[in-house]
Each structure stands twice: as structure tokens, then as C-alpha cells.
Design a binder for this molecule. Sequence first.
Ligand code: GUN
Length: 294
Amino acid sequence: MAAQTIEGKAISAAVREEVRLEAQELSSAGVVPGLATVLVGDDPASSTYVRSKQRACEKAGIYSRDIRLEETTGEAELLATVENLNADPSIDGILVQLPLPAHINSRRIIEAIDPEKDVDGFHPVNLGKLLAGEDAFYPCTPYGITVLLERSGVEVEGTHVVIVGRSNIVGKPLAALLMQKRSGANATVTVCHSRTADLATHTRRADILIVAAGRRAFVTGDMVGEGAVVIDVGINRVDDPQAKRGYRLVGDVDYEGAAERASLITPVPGGVGPMTIAMLLKNTNRAARKRANG
Ligand code: GUN
């Protein structure tokens, strides 16, 4: 079987257009959605992500504030910045770019964000609500994956989803989302990780295989069941002198090998990646709508 591609770029563009229209509607009603991004230090990858988020806000008609702090910023100053944003009525969403420098306790910062402005969905209140099946901000990458599946016509209900990776940002919240009792979910979920024995036995049984392992070619073609849907969350840089920037991006799945057996597969880049920012914008509008509704 030769897999068809799941068009993350096109699906994310559609979501962003919906977000733009919604932001327009909110703005007409006097509530301009607002997102603040906070970057500590100047890590090149983080700077690129933050710039993309700022640009996406601009295109969607969402007000954005770009806060840059020195690498040496102390925890108290960062906490004060978060508190100011919590109190600022023009800011609906707060995103503190991770990872933070080692001298700052990330958990303490995330917990300082008002859960009503936690558009990343990383605050324990939102993660707890997600686990309980309550209304919450969902973390953007897992949320984006559910939208990718839905808009690619993949029926999730009753299927066996195997997730490789148990991070707090992707694996764990994704498992909670997909096993929820609601339409578009209702899956049976297996979560595998670095200590899973005989990983391939699990991955081959997946109807939907989602890989967020953080390692290039972690899942090879022989680990994919015939006809499976493969979602590759990985983004890894590989040196390539021919490429414009001297490197190219690959996922956690051996794409060519997996595509021979899968029915549908996400490319890297252009699969899951573009969805994350689209869902961040959607979460920001959602926070703004709550403000509009008082
Ligand atoms: N670093 C990498 N991905 C993310 C993300 O989705 N949110 C934040 N805040 N930091 C990140």
C-alpha cells in the first residue's frame, strides 16, 4: 500500500482562516483577542518559533505582544512579568516559550499563569480538567492532532491508537484527549515509551500510530501495521549541505518505509507542525470569547 499524505499545511490554513473570521467578529464586538509571548534568552529555535507565532497572530487579526527577556533574567522578574500579563485586560492568552534557562523553575512559572489565560494548556488546572473530561484549554499539539485526524476523515472511535512518547506536552495529554467519552474520540489508547518492552509488537497493532519520541527514525517501516494511519510529531534537524540552511527537517518516523505500509501519513515538515500554531490562535480566540461573554 502506498500511503496518502495528510495535508497539515492545508488543514492548518483552513483553521487559521476560521480563526481570522472569528477574531474579526470578536473585534467588531469590541473584544480584540490578544496573545503575549514571552521569550527568555535567544535560543535560535525558540526565537524562530516565537517569530512564527507573532506572525500568525498578525495574519489572523489577533493583537500580539512580543516580550523578550535576557537569558540572565531571574525567576522573580519572570514571575512579575507573568503577573502583569495576568492582570492586563488586553491580553487573553499568555505563552511562555519553553525550554526556560536552567536557573528558572519552569513548573513555578507555568503555575503562575492564570489558567483562564493558559492558551498552551500546560497549567495543572487545565491538564486536570482535560483528564476529568471537562471544558479546558487543550495543549496545542495534541489538540491539533485530533483536528488533523477529524478533517482527514479518519474515524477514531473504537480504534486502537498507539502513542509512542509520554511527554507532558504531547503523549500524556493526547492519550487523555483520544480516550475521552465524546464524538471524535472514544479510542482505545496504548502509550509506549523508552522502557516499553518489544515496542514493535505494540506499534504494529495500531490502527492509528502517533509518534512523539524525539528521535529521528525511531519508528521504522517494519514497525507499522498494514493500512495504519501514521502521525509523526517529531522535528529533527539533519545536516544537509545541499539544503538552503545547511540542514533539513525529518520526523521520528522513517517516512519512506512507513509510507509503503500506511494508508495515511503526515509529512515532516508540513504535517503536525503547522497545526500547533493554528490551535494556539484558536485557544486565544476562545479565551477572548470568554472575556466577551463576561
Ligand atoms: N516549546 C516548544 N513547543 C512549545 C509550545 O507549544 N509552547 C511553549 N510554551 N513552548 C514550547
